[in-house]
Ligand binder design. Structure first.
Ligand code: PLP
Length: 553
């Protein structure tokens, strides 16, 4: 009996010895996850699958917040007016959009997710926004009906210097490579200059060319895995790094989250602890845009169901976080990848590395760097970039791509890189941060002075609109802005991306349009709120609605 007990105790002890460290590691990992749903991707995916579809129709659409009849009527008239104004202004553009939409899946997706889903169907029957632009000039874009809008779509971030800048980069770039045409494989001589300029501005030793930001990130991660022999990549909650499975592991990706991707809490000491404790991490991916909203996904009006959108940008705190991260990466031989695809040159000539004072091992660029053409670039320290091993000829990290370093892209990049070195643009870079902080302050002062319940928060030229009213209709502002001739991307007021061609007069014009839009929205009753209504009560009510629909169906 005693012998048997001893045997089972030893078995338990052995089991604990084996399982204990794993359990401990799992616990540490759980503690390093952000407590929100965005930090728990399996649960987020389950919830996304569970959420039922339903629409607000007719009167209910205008009274989702139980507004009185009179307010609902005011809103109804406003929607009719907005719909007919936009429709009359741009009939050709809207007809083209309607004709193409059934055949372009991406167009369908973005028009479906401009506003919270409950409002989408009725809205699309009453108000349409076109998906065609035919001209870009300075800070403006025109649709097929020659309607000019101030462009704060930013072309997903590409447009940093205004449309004309890129038009001339593209033209001059094409002129530069005209004699070579579409020849691929070997390089156009301008690549020699491009590489030198890229190494100089990134403070790295080597460069690789790709066709998109997503590909650049894939390659950087691949190099980190090749050189460390480890599989795990660490990304931070909410950060976007392109649409490749491993870096977009939550809702939106049909596959379950990869076991090789750890999504951790950014700016948290437990994350540093996990990085220190584990020995299976190849790289840490940082998207400096997250400094604006650590651990949150980029704001979009499709999720603006109330007024709780908040952003917290603290440059010094983020810089300190990056330096702590850098230190752990050094201690553990983890590759520090700075993903500058979006923010890169928006933070200055030296990008996020210089802006936050951190030296990454690998840096990814894209968007604006192509001078208007599609591109992805990795710049890195030599020890991370080498794709083969001197001592093992069979051990290579294969990464190519037919259109890498395409002459047209390299030509436009050459023009872009040379121009941004000119003293005039260097001065623009130096003044950029202060200038856009001042502008943000100016607009916020005006909004406050006029009793409007909206504010803007931003990091250099990238801004988001935040709301002081717990309203179910804050997303309507995007259509009032459109009416005032301001073009936003499909994420609406979640993101306004300015370009540096905005002179003082343009900005003053922008502010007056913005303020007019906000006044009109206020006067039309969309910011009416019931007594006691808060962001919390809205969220609860929406959740109850979903449960009811689920139950019934
Ligand atoms: C930080 C970041 N990384 C990667 C990407 C992906 O770039 P692309 O859309 O060119 O594939 C993006 C795109 O928005 C991005 O913002």
């Amino acid at each position: 009996m005693f012998k048997e007990n001893l045997l089972s105790l030893s078995a338990i002890a052995l089991l604990l010895l084996y399982v204990g460290p794993k359990l401990w590691q799992r616990l540490q990992l759980s503690l390093a996850k952000h407590p929100s749903m965005a930090g728990h991707l399996r649960w987020a995916k389950r919830l996304a699958h569970w959420a039922p579809a339903y629409d607000y129709l007719g009167a209910q659409w205008f009274r989702a917040d139980h507004a009185p009849e009179a307010v609902a009527l005011q809103r109804q008239q406003a929607l009719q007016r907005l719909g007919s104004t936009l429709g009359q202004r741009s009939p050709k553009t809207l007809a083209m959009t309607q004709a193409t939409k059934p055949m372009v899946s991406d167009m369908q997706l973005i028009s479906r997710y401009r506003v919270p889903f409950q409002f989408q169907k009725f809205l699309s029957e009453n108000l349409q926004v076109g998906s065609y632009w035919t001209q870009g000039k300075g800070v403006w874009v025109a649709d097929a009906d020659d309607q000019w809008h101030m462009d704060v779509t930013g072309s997903y971030g590409v447009n940093l210097f205004g449309a004309d800048f890129y038009k001339s980069c593209m033209q001059e770039g094409m002129d530069l490579v005209r004699d070579l045409g579409p020849v691929l494989g070997a390089y156009h001589p301008c690549v020699q200059e491009n590489v030198a300029m890229l190494c100089q501005l990134s403070h790295k030793d080597e460069v690789s060319f790709h066709m998109s930001g997503t590909e650049a990130v894939m390659q950087a991660v691949r190099m980190a895995r090749f050189h460390t022999g480890k599989r795990k990549l660490v990304r931070f909650t909410g950060a976007y790094h392109g649409w490749w499975d491993d870096v977009q592991p939550g809702p939106g990706n049909p596959m379950p989250p990869s076991d090789d991707t750890l999504t951790l809490n950014e700016m948290h000491t437990q994350t540093l602890k996990v990085l220190r404790q584990r020995n299976d991490i190849a790289c840490v991916l940082v998207n400096p845009l997250q400094a604006m909203h650590p651990n949150k996904a980029a704001p979009s009006d499709s999720t603006l169901i109330d007024g709780s959108r908040q952003l917290h940008y603290d440059k010094a705190a983020y810089a300190q976080w990056l330096s702590q991260l850098r230190q752990v990466c050094d201690e553990k031989g983890i590759a520090f990848i700075m993903d500058e695809v979006f923010m890169g040159f928006r933070l200055g000539y030296g990008g996020a590395q210089a802006f936050f004072g951190v030296d990454a091992d690998l840096v990814t660029y894209g968007k604006t760097l192509g001078g208007g053409f599609p591109v992805g670039v990795v710049c890195g320290k030599a020890q991370w970039m080498r794709r083969f091993r001197e001592d093992k000829p069979g051990n290579i990290c294969f990464a190519r791509g037919t259109f890498n370093a395409h002459p047209a892209v390299m030509g436009a990049m050459n023009v872009f890189l040379k121009r941004i070195q000119e003293p005039a643009i260097q001065t623009v870079f130096q003044k950029m941060e202060g200038l856009w902080i001042d502008r943000m302050q100016q607009l916020n002062d005006q909004l406050k002075g006029q009793g409007l319940p909206v504010r803007v928060v931003g990091m250099a030229t990238v801004w988001s609109v935040v709301y002081e009213v717990p309203s179910r209709y804050n997303w309507m502002l995007q259509f009032y802005l459109r009416e005032q001739g301001i073009a936003l991307s499909w994420v609406g007021t979640g993101r306004m991306i300015f370009n540096l061609a905005f002179e003082e007069a343009h900005f003053a014009d922008f502010c007056s349009r913005f303020i007019k839009a906000a006044h009109a929205m206020q006067n039309d009753g969309w910011w009416w709120t019931a007594q006691g209504q808060s962001n919390r009560t809205i969220r609860r009510e929406v959740m109850r609605e979903m449960v009811r629909v689920k139950w019934a169906g």
